[in-house]
Design a protein around this ligand. Structure first.
Ligand code: C5P
Length: 285
């Protein structure tokens, strides 16, 4: 039996820089793993099957990246063995936290070990890229500059850890990511310079919690997710400094230096008491 943790990510910045010939978009993003995670167990079995604590996830659904990852690896590596996979879900789905992508990456890694393939991260990352644009990052975290459509991942060292309070208001918007990309306008496109400069600051050890951040989806996300502006207002009224969007949303977050545990927890508790789904997390080192 193999057990793996699949961590959530947040985008510290996300600049969409243009549209590629295949319709996908190019981006420059700074991505960071946080402590919130799903847990996956992989046990030997004759065929591939799974059990999950997430009632919304059907075993064979198109959005089930765990099953898709398992079948892709088995097909590509010509394996005949199966696996019984258990997914204990904690990361909210379709929230901009990369939960499904992280589960997919963990599945490729877990099954590569279970089946004795021990594929190198580069190969797993390539397979991951076939499942979703965010997946390759999860083989190179905890901190990385992500470019291309997500497949170019340059690991970085985060010198100054941080705390984050995440707020995930649930929305059910089919094809969410696709719709958010489609909603981008020329004025939302950026050139990546902000993210490159931010990456340098991060590596120099500047405290990210105090820095301004940027996300190309900001305008369109607040248009598409009804009431997201109210969530931001609640966070600001409860004492958050800057409020940022993760990925294409709808998760909003605010950062604190790692030493400000009391302040971060008190904000988290206030938000929860106000009925919001909030998580207090740390950056993964
Ligand atoms: O790769 P993934 O399945 O996460 O992408 C979902 C949708 O988001 C794609 O079908 C595409 O419309 C859009 N997308 C994009 N450019 C990217 C990543 C995603 O246009 N770099």
């Amino acid at each position: 039996m193999i057990e793996l943790q699949a961590h959530a990510k947040i985008n510290l910045s996300l600049e969409v820089t243009g549209q590629l010939k295949d319709g996908y978009h190019s981006l420059v993003s700074l991505m960071q793993l946080v402590s919130l995670h799903d847990t996956l167990l992989f046990a030997p079995a004759g065929s591939i099957s799974m059990d999950t604590s997430d009632p919304l996830m059907t075993a064979e659904g198109d959005n089930n990246l765990v099953m898709r990852a398992a079948h892709l690896l088995r097909r590509t590596a010509g394996v005949h063995a199966g696996a019984y996979i258990t997914l204990h879900k904690r990361i909210p789905t379709a929230a901009g936290l990369g939960g499904g992508s992280s589960d997919a990456a963990a599945t490729l890694l877990g099954l590569s070990r279970l089946w004795g393939l021990d594929l190198p991260p580069d190969e797993l990352s390539k397979l991951g890229g076939m499942l979703g644009s965010d997946v390759p990052f999860f083989f190179r975290g905890p901190t990385a500059l992500v470019e291309g459509r997500g497949e170019q991942v340059t690991p970085l060292v985060l010198r100054e850890p941080f705390l984050a309070v995440l707020v995930c208001r649930p929305y059910s918007i089919p094809g969410k990511t696709k719709r958010l990309y489609a909603g981008l306008r020329p004025q939302d496109m950026l050139d990546g310079a902000f993210t490159y400069a931010l990456a340098e600051k991060l590596v120099r050890g500047e405290d990210i919690a105090t820095l301004p951040l940027r996300n190309s989806f900001e305008r369109t996300a607040f248009e598409l997710f009804p009431g997201l502006g109210d969530v931001r207002r609640c966070m600001l009224e409860a004492g958050a400094g800057n409020v940022h969007l993760s990925g294409s949303g709808p998760t909003l977050y605010t950062l604190f230096p790692a030493t400000a545990v009391d302040r971060a927890y008190s904000l988290h508790e206030k938000l929860q008491a106000g009925g919001l789904r909030s998580y207090c997390v740390t950056s993964v080192a």
